[in-house]
Design a binder for this molecule. Structure first.
Ligand code: ASP
Length: 350
């Protein structure tokens, strides 16, 4: 049976309005701001079984907030629309806007935390960028959904409630930026999207999750900790980030693709290499020549997890996957780091 978006939302609002509201207390609720950027969590479709061809980024933050009145029980929530688009359209300029706004909000004493609604496709890039550029112990939580708001069993409303609950929880402080979906709490540094369509797509294969939601409450596995190689970059004066391209590696890869990237404006290159960041001998030679000309090349892995060590001809990405390596290389270039300093950013454990 098909339902229109309006009737689906109205049903949701009526059901939510009928749920009991907790008794008023005189304690002040934590102030949380939701910065909305779009994605499937704000997606809609004419069909309630459509989970692939819907329009992501079509509902505004006011609609998302109205669908989850329960968040008003845990926090005083405000919403701001930063963009409303698929996450493939999130640009350096939007990243910088987000980071500056979050640093500004969290700098104010009354603000407890920030939630960012985002498309899941590139949520890990934004989360990682914010992890390296927000200077605060207060919680910053990214949240998305795998099913649009109009789908049967849409996951967005519960995910959003959990994200706001987490941001409002004092136990969530000093844990870096976090990602919440499917009842799981992951660190922005390590969490990655691993499946193109399923609800349990977000994983951090070796490091694992930070915690889990049980009946609306966050339960952490560990006391607060920081990723070993996490650095801080001040982006308050930046209006753009240097372009960095990612090249996926495979048998018989053409070294000419490196030159094509540089000629197109890339100031640095990340290679999604095979195994421990490996490429063919011809590619190695071409990468070495590029590094000697001062263009930093970072070897990451197309494996989806694991560590990439530094090579004689290029920087190793350590534990960072190609898309996160690209963000770190952009920040290193923007900070004016030389090759040695850039290598240290990637693997300060060495
Ligand atoms: N499929 C995506 C999502 O889960 C769309 C996007 O990333 O914007 O939100």
């Amino acid at each position: 049976m098909k339902r229109t978006l309006l009737s689906a939302l109205l049903t949701g609002v009526l059901v939510y309005a009928a749920t009991p509201v907790s008794a008023a207390t005189d304690t002040v609720k934590p102030a949380i701001t939701i910065l909305a950027t779009g994605g499937t969590i704000a997606g809609s479709s004419a069909s309630n079984t459509d989970t692939t061809d819907y329009k992501a980024g079509s509902l505004g933050i006011d609609v998302l907030m109205k669908a989850v009145p329960e968040m008003n029980d845990v926090a005083t929530v405000k919403g701001e629309q930063i963009s409303n688009t698929i996450s493939g359209n999130i640009s350096s300029s939007i990243l910088l806007t987000l980071s500056k706004r979050i640093n500004g909000l969290l700098g104010s004493e009354g603000q407890q935390g920030v939630v960012i609604t985002h498309g899941t496709d590139t949520i890990e890039e934004t989360a990682f960028f914010l992890d390296l550029t927000v200077k605060s112990d207060k919680p910053v939580v990214l949240v998305g959904a795998m099913r649009p708001a109009t789908a049967i069993s849409a996951d967005g409303p519960m995910n959003l409630l959990e994200a706001v609950t987490l941001a409002a929880d004092s136990k969530a402080q000093k844990r870096g930026v976090m990602v919440v979906l499917n009842d799981r709490i992951g660190s922005a540094f390590y969490t990655s999207k691993t499946n193109s369509t399923t609800l349990d797509t977000f994983k951090a294969y070796d490091p694992g999750y930070l915690g889990v939601f049980v009946s609306g409450k966050p339960k952490f596995y560990f006391t607060p900790a920081q990723p070993v190689d996490r650095n801080f970059f001040d982006v308050s004066k930046l209006n753009d980030l240097p372009p960095v391209e990612i090249l996926y590696s495979y048998q018989d890869q053409l070294p000419a693709m490196l030159d094509a990237a540089v000629q197109s404006g890339a100031k640095g290159i990340v290679i999604a290499g095979s195994g421990n960041g490996n490429v063919s001998s011809k590619m190695e030679q071409a990468i070495k020549q590029l590094s000697e000309k001062g263009v930093p090349v970072v070897m990451s892995a197309r494996t989806g997890s694991g560590y990439v060590s530094t090579k004689s001809f290029a920087i190793g990405a350590g534990f960072l996957n190609p898309q996160k390596s690209r963000i770190l290389l952009q920040l290193a270039l923007a900070s004016g780091a030389d090759l040695k300093q850039t290598a240290q950013y990637f693997d300060s454990q060495r």
